[in-house]
Structure formats: structure tokens, C-alpha cells
Design a protein around this ligand. Structure first.
Ligand code: RIB
Ligand code: CA
Length: 306
């Protein structure tokens, strides 16, 4: 059982990752921290609570984090995720307030209270994580691990950028934060577009029909989210659920150990993630292959169970 904190920017695929986490017996979600990315942080925070409340989950706090990247203005992706950031899935707006603590303080408290027990799963820009590491320098050494959805490493034909031809959205949004996180030296599993853009790891209309057969709250909201992706793009990309799945079943992915450089600033190569020759610095485990059909089966089996 992994005790996890989900740092996310819901977002359709973040919400699907949250549903997967809630339905999986492999993880216990201790809390959610929200960050600006796909949508402004007030929206991503509301969206996390919308999903929790719809699924009648009352025990998981949501702590709000950064409203902007460290050094750049926010450029959201509402054109991709729909005006409400959740594919217009129709969930009621939340009634519960966000947690009193800021995301980085909330995360630090959980980790300091349970050293080496908590794994952080980051599926948005890494602004909150960088803020936490800067305020609490001991944190990287006390986390059990970090799984992040981010980067495009050129390891497969899909390993190209999606925000620019060179950079993946989460890293591009806050490259300085990503640089801080990568150089922290902690154990990192990086799940990038190299594997998440593999068509075999995406949901199609046949998968949607399977989800629609299930009359549960989780299946109902998952169907609405997946349907938006399929209607607008022909398939539903599963970036964030696949990153979480690395924790549920690491055998779904192959990884290479590599030194990763993040290009900071705002030039043409902002947010590019480059693999460099190994040196004395700590390597990142970068996903290099995925068993897409087996990942899809895992996701569907979790969503379709009672
Ligand atoms: O590039 C894909 C990533 O950016 C996903 O995490 C998606 O939710 C957006 O945050
Ligand atoms: Ca995300």
C-alpha cells in the first residue's frame, strides 16, 4: 500500500488519475495539493473537490498551492480541457472549503509526520513541489519517492513536445520549478510523453462503451471525462493516470536511468528535457516503454469494479 499525496492541476486526465487512485487498493490518498496549470489554481482546486464530493469522499483534504509559475505568467490549457477544466462533465461546484494550509506547508507536515512513508505523485507543473523543497530543504530526503508526469525525452517516436515542439506542457509551464525538482537528488520516476502519447495507452470509443456499461458514480464521471476527450480529439490521452499506474504496477513501464537537464528561461527551447551523459549527480528513472494494452486493462478494471 503506497501512502500518496497527489499534486495536480485537474484537468481531465488529472481527474481520471484521481478516480484511479481512489478506486485502487494499492494506494491510500492522504491528501491532494492543487496547482495552476491546466486552469487557474482556484479552478483546479474546485475541480479536485468536485470529483471528491461527487464520489462521496469526505476524508481527503485539498490544499491550494501556487497561482502562477515561479518566473512566468500562467498560460492555461482550458482550450484543451473545456471551460470548466473538467470537460464540462456537469459535476456540482464544491461545498467543502480548501484546507487552511498552503500546499507546500500541507505536504511538508504530512511528510515530516511520516518520514520515508509518503510518495508524491505530481501530475501538473512542479511549482508546488519546488516551493516545498525550497521552504523545507529536508523534504527530498524524507519523501519515499516522487513520480511525476512530465517531459518529452526523445526515447520513442512519441517523445516530442506538446506545448512546443520541444517541451511538454507541465515542464514548459514552470521550467525553473522542474529544474529545482530534478536537481534535488531524490528518487524520481519521470513518466513523459514518450510513453503517454503511445496510442496503445489511450482510451478509445470502445473503451468508453465499456465504461458506460457500469452504473457507478466513478464510472459515470469517468465516462463524461473520457467522452470529452474522444469527442474533441478522437481519443482520451491518459498522461496522468499512466504516471500513477507506474506506482500501481511498475512492470507496466520500462525505465532508463539518466541525467536529465531542464531548459529554463523563455527561449525557443524553454522547458525542453534533455538526457545527458551520466555524471556524479543523481539519475532520474525515465519511462522508455509502456505496455499500453495492459495499462488500459488495469485502468478499466479499477473503474469497472464495484
Ligand atoms: O502534457 C500533459 C500534462 O499537462 C498532463 O498532466 C495534463 O493534465 C497537463 O497538466
Ligand atoms: Ca495534469
Amino acid at each position: 500500500m503506497h501512502k500518496v499525496v497527489l499534486d495536480m492541476d485537474p484537468g481531465i486526465d488529472d481527474a481520471l488519475a484521481l478516480i484511479l487512485a481512489l478506486k485502487s487498493s494499492e494506494v491510500q490518498v492522504l491528501g491532494i495539493t492543487t496547482v495552476a496549470g491546466n486552469a487557474p489554481v482556484e479552478v483546479t482546486s474546485a475541480n479536485a473537490r468536485r470529483v471528491l464530493e461527487y464520489l462521496n469522499v469526505e476524508s481527503i483534504p485539498v490544499a491550494m498551492g501556487a497561482a502562477n509559475p515561479l518566473n512566468h505568467p500562467l498560460e492555461d490549457a482550458l482550450s484543451y480541457h473545456g471551460p470548466d477544466g473538467l470537460g464540462n462533465c456537469g459535476l456540482a461546484m464544491p461545498l467543502t472549503p480548501v484546507h487552511a494550509a498552503k500546499a507546500w506547508d500541507f505536504l511538508a507536515r504530512l511528510v515530516l509526520d511520516a518520514p520515508h512513508e509518503v510518495t508524491l505523485v505530481a501530475t501538473g507543473p512542479l511549482t508546488n513541489v519546488a516551493c516545498a523543497f525550497e521552504r523545507y530543504p529536508e523534504l527530498p530526503g524524507l519523501l519515499a519517492g516522487l513520480v511525476l508526469m512530465g517531459g518529452a525525452y526523445g526515447l520513442t517516436p512519441y517523445g516530442k513536445g506538446n506545448r512546443t515542439p520541444f517541451a511538454e506542457f507541465n515542464i514548459w509551464q514552470d521550467p525553473e520549478a522542474a529544474h529545482t525538482v530534478v536537481k534535488s537528488g531524490m528518487d524520481i520516476l519521470a513518466v513523459g510523453l514518450d510513453v503517454t502519447m503511445d496510442p496503445a495507452a489511450c482510451l478509445n470509443s470502445q473503451h468508453l462503451e465499456q465504461i458506460k456499461t457500469k452504473q457507478t458514480q466513478a464510472a459515470h464521471v469517468a465516462a463524461r471525462l473520457v467522452e470529452f476527450g474522444i469527442e474533441h480529439r478522437g481519443c482520451c490521452r491518459m498522461h496522468d493516470p499512466l504516471a500513477l499506474a507506474a506506482l500501481l504496477d511498475a512492470s507496466l513501464l520500462d525505465f532508463i536511468s539518466a541525467k536529465v537537464e531542464v531548459v529554463t528561461g523563455n527561449d525557443w527551447d524553454r522547458g525542453a528535457t534533455r538526457i545527458l551523459p551520466p555524471d556524479s549527480s543523481r539519475s532520474v528513472q525515465v519511462a522508455s516503454a509502456v505496455d499500453g494494452p495492459r495499462f488500459v486493462r488495469l485502468f478499466l478494471s479499477c473503474i469497472l469494479e464495484e
